[in-house]
Design a protein around this ligand. Structure first.
Ligand code: ADP
Ligand code: MG
Length: 393
């Protein structure tokens, strides 16, 4: 089990919250949210992504309770639930589905869990595309394993958490969010091959910050459009298979091959495929740039990713474009792009540390002027993945 260092204050806060509700002396665990730096809509095409864990965590304080139940309290929902340890059943739409799904998945994976009380205190903004859900799952799994003394490999924990979200919450998410929340390393982005699950950690220079701008909008059409994009990608693979029988996913196709067979598919499908294929290529070139410490090149690739998502994949929206527009060409900004599924949510920006405050003010002012909306801005470095928390001295 990884140990992570934290300041005394958050550890004390979580411990105090636990003591106000439950008996016993708790252990404290945490897992981070994440942001994807580049590699959007590539995961379900067996491609590459490059997320980083962010300095916003879901904290869990936990102690065994000698009963055959899990009592869980969320500080965000100000609500306590009691769950049987032998727990199954369909999604209920309640936040406790995440806890139930993770506990049940651990039991199915052969872990012997003890009854316990736990406090969940989440700092990852909920429902903003920064994966408070994966942070909750991975923090809960890490805490349940820690207090029960049960052992499971890190990758199995990731899979249990992903399955919890599929089966108990009803979201068919990829594996990226849980993976980075578990495997993230401070100061590093992680390039993940979504087919083989091989990964590489790449250092992010110390003098840059990852700045996330929340557009504060979420357009209704997101879910339907997401499914349509997946269908378009499948249609592209289907059309190309007539010429390239060995391919399984867009991951296996080059841009030259796609262009060669452009006439075999609708124009829209061609553009969707072009985004995915060029985005996979951008992630690989971004990894090379980062390993050379070449932030200027990395930023250019982020910018190109946004253009491709806007023009070929058509998942941006006027608010995301406005945020990107306001960020680009500012002093100290290497790159700016939408991040996540699209149609609202956040942009991610790489900004020199000494320019972050002026960036924040200017981007917020410009965004308010062009849209009438108030953006939220989160400044972070790449954070450490899940672990038990000890106080830094
Ligand atoms: P995102 O992962 O982008 O933040 P999701 O809709 O996938 O958005 O996950 C948000 C949901 O996860 C919340 O509605 C809630 O059910 C659950 N959740 C996340 N954090 C907490 C928390 N601290 N306490 C209780 N539930 C939480
Ligand atoms: Mg989520």
């Amino acid at each position: 089990m990884t140990t992570v260092m934290a300041t005394n204050s958050q550890l004390e806060k979580t411990t105090a919250e636990f003591r106000s509700l439950f008996p016993g002396a708790p252990k404290v665990y945490r897992a981070p949210g994440r942001v994807n730096l580049i590699g959007e809509h590539t995961d379900y095409n067996d491609g590459f992504v490059m997320p980083a864990a962010i300095d916003f965590f879901t904290w869990v304080a936990i102690a065994a309770n000698r009963a055959p139940v899990i009592r869980a309290h969320s500080c965000q929902f100000k609500e306590t639930v009691t769950l049987e340890l032998a727990l199954a059943g369909p999604p209920t739409g309640h936040w406790s589905d995440f806890v139930r799904g993770v506990a049940s998945g651990l039991i199915i994976a052969g872990c012997k869990l003890s009854g316990c009380d736990l406090i969940i205190d989440g700092q990852v903004p909920l429902g903003s595309g920064l994966s408070s859900s994966a942070a909750l799952e991975v923090a809960t799994a890490t805490a349940l394993l820690g207090v029960s003394g049960a052992k499971l490999s890190q990758l199995e924990v990731v899979r249990v958490c992903q399955r919890a979200e599929h089966d108990f919450v009803g979201t068919r998410c990829g594996i990226m969010d849980q993976f980075i929340s578990q495997f993230g390393e401070a100061g590093h982005a992680l390039m993940l091959d979504c087919r083989s699950l091989e990964f590489r950690r790449l250092p992010i220079p110390r003098d840059v910050r990852i700045v996330i701008c929340n557009s504060m909008v979420k357009h209704e059409l997101a879910a339907g459009e997401y499914n349509r994009r997946r269908e378009d990608c499948e249609a592209g693979v289907e059309a190309l298979r007539a010429f390239l029988p060995g391919i399984r996913a867009l991951r296996d196709v080059s841009l030259v091959q796609l262009e060669e067979h452009r006439q075999s598919m609708q124009e829209r499908v061609f553009r969707r495929c072009r985004h995915v294929i060029t985005e996979d290529d951008r992630v690989q070139r971004a990894a090379e740039a980062l390993s050379r410490g070449d932030l200027a090149r990395f930023g250019e690739l982020m910018n190109e990713s946004h253009e491709s998502l806007r023009n070929d994949y058509e998942v941006s929206c006027s608010e995301l474009d406005a945020l990107v527009e306001a960020a680009r060409h500012r002093k100290g900004v290497y790159g700016a792009r939408m991040t996540g599924g699209g149609f609202g949510g956040c942009t991610v920006n790489l900004v020199r540390a000494d320019e972050v405050e002026s960036f924040r003010h200017q981007v917020c002012a410009e965004y308010a002027k062009s849209t009438g909306l108030k953006a939220e801005v989160y400044v972070t470095s790449a954070a450490q993945g899940a672990g038990e928390v000890e106080v830094a001295r």
